[in-house]
Design a binder for this molecule. Sequence first.
Ligand SMILES: [Zn+2]
Length: 275
Amino acid sequence: MTRVTFASGSAAETARVLHVLPEAVITDVTPFHPVDHTWPDQPGDTGTLSGSAVHNTVMAARGEEGTWHLGSSIPVKRGTEGWEWAVAHVLDAAPVVTEGDAVQLEVDTERRDALSAGHTACHLASLALDAALAEFWSKETRSDPLGNPDFESAANQTSFIELDGAADEYRMGKSLRKKGVDVAGIVEALPTIADAVNAQLADWVAADAPVRIEAEGDTITDMRRWVCDLPEGSASLPCGGTHVTSTGQLGAVTVTLDAPDPQTLVMRTSVSRDR
Ligand SMILES: [Zn+2]
């Protein structure tokens, strides 16, 4: 079991090697954030392991048969009982370390910071989108963390965190229309909705609201939540990623909205940080 320290913002740790796989190394502790194998929204961190290049970080799991499975080849859901869960640092070449060695782990912080900015912006943009779409709901539905109709949960299909940005795709099909969403109205009003989302995002960045990660423990399968104390209230949602520590660090966040077809909404979020 690997202890993870990315949630507290760590980017470097001295660790002990637990397992050496053909092209990956598992350690007792790591600052590296792994891509989630069931909801791969934020890419794995890159960096170095005692000088060797780590080009990806993935989840690792082994069941009773004793074989480690990495990333998308893990055959069970995250946290499944009876499986051992760890973080694997994927190297370009066969590892030169052996079990028990002490190693120095260093995350590429420039890339990490850009992913953290993209991930916080992604959550803020989805909350702003929920607020801007509230008037298009005609039936009661579950509420999002700020009390608006939860379009994000009802329609989000994929979410990809990028360097200083994010791309979200929403499906607006029959099931959403049945829930009382005026899909045609949304498609018609996209420019106005985008303006409302961008105005809300500007307010939230100006408010410099604190952002933190709440974790139930320090293993990779422990539940983590993103919490942001916005002027409208404290927003909290499940999240396994990394984040900035206040919305003001984002500098500016803007979105574009497109409907490539009448049942699909694509939101692209961009961050312009002062650096
Ligand atoms: Zn998240």
